[in-house]
Design a binder for this molecule. Structure first.
Ligand code: DC
Length: 226
């Protein structure tokens, strides 16, 4: 079996759209591997912040991306010996990740690392450029989104549940700024690519969104068997 026979479901979309949760559940349902590509950008951002690297220094940032000593475990994400599962989710890290993700060298440095996740029996990959750049031959490409207001409310609820204080107006502003930055960059911008199927979850719960992806994948598998 060649690598091209291993199916990939690419789920791209904006911040706080719920794509991470949906992608993970789809992976569990199908028994597939899961790639959280945003975590890689967050890990580079966290390392750079800790090393006090200048965020204008693309070379130094891409060097960090190349050397990233990361292990994805079921229970969380380890950077070296440290569990950084929560640290990479902090708002400061989200904003820094969005900034460094605009650098072509950083993106190039993370490319092969992401492709290495394509392993038997299949992969569900979530991010911004999974279907357009990293896995252009993905069996199924989904663009999963929701209105900015809905995403801000979901993020607010998540933070409250974790006991983290938050302001919904600030979250909405952050989401809009990040969307603008992720969509307007010249390399691999956030957009619904050719061949991607739109899944708007504004009025869907997680279960319905997961079913939406699984149904589309089942349709593709059925067509292949015809
Ligand atoms: O999905 P996320 O919120 O964890 O992603 C963090 C940042 O990384 C986000 O601002 C955009 C960037 N990103 C990217 O540019 N390409 C990806 N494939 C994944 C994330």
């Amino acid at each position: 079996m060649s690598i091209n026979d291993i199916p990939v479901i690419a789920i791209d979309g904006p911040s706080a759209s719920g794509k991470g949760t949906v992608a993970q559940r789809v992976a569990v349902e199908l028994g597939f591997h899961y790639l959280d590509s945003g975590a890689l950008y967050r890990l580079v951002a966290l390392s750079a912040m800790r090393m006090e690297i200048d965020f204008e220094d693309e070379l130094a940032l891409s060097d960090i991306a190349t050397r990233l000593d990361v292990i994805f475990e079921d229970a969380g994400i380890r950077l070296g010996n440290e569990d950084v599962t929560d640290a990479i989710r902090a708002e400061a890290c989200s904003n820094a990740a969005s900034r460094i993700a605009a650098y072509p060298r950083v993106r190039a440095a993370l490319l092969e690392r992401q492709r290495a996740f394509q392993q038997f029996p299949g992969l569900v990959a979530d991010g911004r450029d999974m279907g357009s750049v990293v896995f252009p031959d993905a069996a199924l490409k989904i663009f999963l989104t929701a209105s900015a207001e809905t995403r801000a409310q979901r993020r607010y609820k998540q933070l409250m549940e974790k006991g983290i204080d938050a302001n919904i107006a600030t979250l909405l502003q952050d989401i809009r700024e990040r969307d603008a930055r992720d969509s307007s960059r010249s390399v691999a911008p956030l957009q619904q690519g050719a061949g991607a199927s739109l899944l708007d979850t504004t009025s869907l719960d997680i279960g319905q969104a997961v079913d939406g992806v699984l149904r589309r994948y089942a349709e593709i598998c059925a067509k292949k068997c015809l």
